[in-house]
Design a protein around this ligand. Structure first.
Ligand SMILES: Cc1ncc(COP(=O)(O)O)c(C=O)c1O
Length: 453
């Protein structure tokens, strides 16, 4: 295969990457003029307000004319101050008007900083033995060596695992393939209660925090925890003095049909991380929102937060985020995510009788996933060598639909899922287009002789 762009490294060696030249609403256009529906909201679950909203680029350009970078060790900047006020006024649960925000660049930074904050808080609180952050298998929190260790994506961990720090994991909350082979609600939420077992095994004096995504994104193909799960997690964390970090990098800012994913469970985390939808992909920015008392302990001890990257809280990024968040609220996008998300799930379920390879449809709001199986009754997956989700991704891309292929629902090693998370501005007609393209694409993939082998 000829590679036109030879100096830039892309995410795959074995396929062409069309060059995007323009984007508007839910559509991307490549250099040949071909149009694609941004069905996964970027890579992935990013493009909250859609592409090409001029209010965002105008605000960022105006700020860039004044200044964009500032020496953060010596100064503050007004867009950051305004953004912190806005974020705190919208924070979930008891964090609303009772938290402070630290701004970073990416979701990975935010989760790394959340782990640092938990550790620093316990050290300054006189409990310096507390250092471990418990994660979940098939969770994802970012790609730095530190947070990759908290994550539980087997495929992405394997090469680097000797370099990870000591982060224990519990099983995911995944009813379709329950790791305990139980059925909800008779299971008594064993998946949540296993956190208590692990904390006791590790020793509560060693555990600083537990981190989880309210709806697992890329690692499981949009799997919400069952009702009651985070209530049990909250109660266990409180009992053992463990901070609860909600990774809302994907689920924040309306994506799941509420402003924050964790609101579906009605509990308040101690720390919330946010990225992606906060700027809708217009510019890099992330945030760590933490309880006032946590920052208060650091302040009391005159202990500056020991984190920070050169480009954190960039004024241009903060001015863009201000417009994006207001746009979400003013255009009713949280409600649209709820309504259109139901339509996506109904559309996918309507495809199931004609496409036996769809084993499960799941998700919340406009964060929807479906799993591909060899046998719907037994849930047997196709062999990983087939790279089935990638085959479907390419079939859809050919027809002008971007989807996000995921793998590893079965013990991190097997299983194929697709993630759909179009911009929250999507219309009913555009969702019908997505379902029609998927229908054709599934038919093409199902006809592949390798699936019969
Ligand atoms: C839940 C979750 N947390 C963290 C991250 C890392 O964010 P970033 O890619 O901005 O570093 C991701 C990225 O996909 C994510 O899905």
């Amino acid at each position: 295969m000829t590679r036109p762009n030879t100096h830039a490294v892309h995410r795959d060696w074995d396929k062409e990457f069309p060059v995007i030249t323009r984007a508007e609403g839910v559509y991307l256009y490549d250099s040949t003029g071909k149009r694609y529906i941004d069905g996964s909201g970027g890579s992935s679950v990013v493009t909250s307000i859609g592409h090409g909203v001029v209010e965002v680029s105008d605000a960022m350009a105006a700020q860039a004319k004044d200044f964009s970078f500032y020496p953060a060790h010596a100064f503050s900047n007004q867009p950051m101050l305004d953004l912190a006020d806005l974020v705190v006024s919208l924070a979930p649960g008891d964090l609303r008007d009772h938290s402070r925000v630290w701004f970073a660049c990416t979701g990975t930074d935010a989760n790394d900083d959340a782990a640092r904050l938990a550790r620093q808080y316990w050290v300054e609180s006189g409990k310096p033995s507390k250092y471990q952050v418990i994660g979940r298998w098939q969770g994802f929190h970012g790609n730095a060596i530190s947070v990759a260790g908290l994550s539980g994506i087997t495929g992405r961990r394997s090469i680097f695992s000797p370099m990870f720090i000591d982060s224990p994991h519990i099983q995911p909350a995944f009813c379709y393939r329950c790791p305990f082979e139980k059925t909800y609600p008779e299971c008594g939420l064993l998946c949540a209660r296993s956190l208590e077992t692990l904390i006791r095994q590790e020793g509560p004096d060693n555990v600083a925090a537990f981190i989880a995504e309210p709806v697992v994104g890329a690692a499981l193909g949009s799997v919400p925890a069952p009702e009651g799960y985070f209530q049990v997690i909250r109660e266990i964390c409180d009992r053992y003095n463990v901070l609860f970090i909600a990774d809302e990098v994907m689920t924040g800012w309306g994506r799941t049909g509420t402003l924050w994913g964790i609101e579906h469970w009605g509990v308040t985390p101690d720390i919330v991380t946010s990225a992606k939808g906060i700027t809708g992909g217009y510019t890099p920015l992330s945030a760590v929102i933490a309880r006032e008392e946590i920052w208060g302990v650091l302040e009391e001890h005159h202990s500056p937060f020991k984190a920070g990257h050169t480009l954190n809280a960039n004024a241009v990024s903060c001015s863009g985020a201000l417009v994006v968040i207001r746009y979400i609220l003013e255009h009713g996008l949280v409600e649209n995510a709820r309504e259109r998300g139901e339509q996506v799930k109904q559309g996918l379920r309507a495809l199931m009788p004609g496409h036996p390879i769809i084993g499960d449809v799941r998700g919340m709001g406009l964060m929807v996933g479906f799993e591909l199986v060899k046998d719907r009754a037994t849930k047997e997956p196709y062999p990983p060598s087939l790279r089935l989700s990638r085959l479907l991704e390419l079939a859809a891309l050919k027809r002008g639909l971007v989807t996000y292929p995921c793998a590893g629902s079965v013990e991190g090693a097997l299983g194929n899922m697709m993630l759909l998370a179009p911009p929250l501005v999507i219309t009913a007609g555009q969702i019908e287009d997505i379902c029609a393209i998927l229908d054709d694409s599934l038919r093409e993939v199902e006809a592949d002789p390798r699936l019969k082998a």
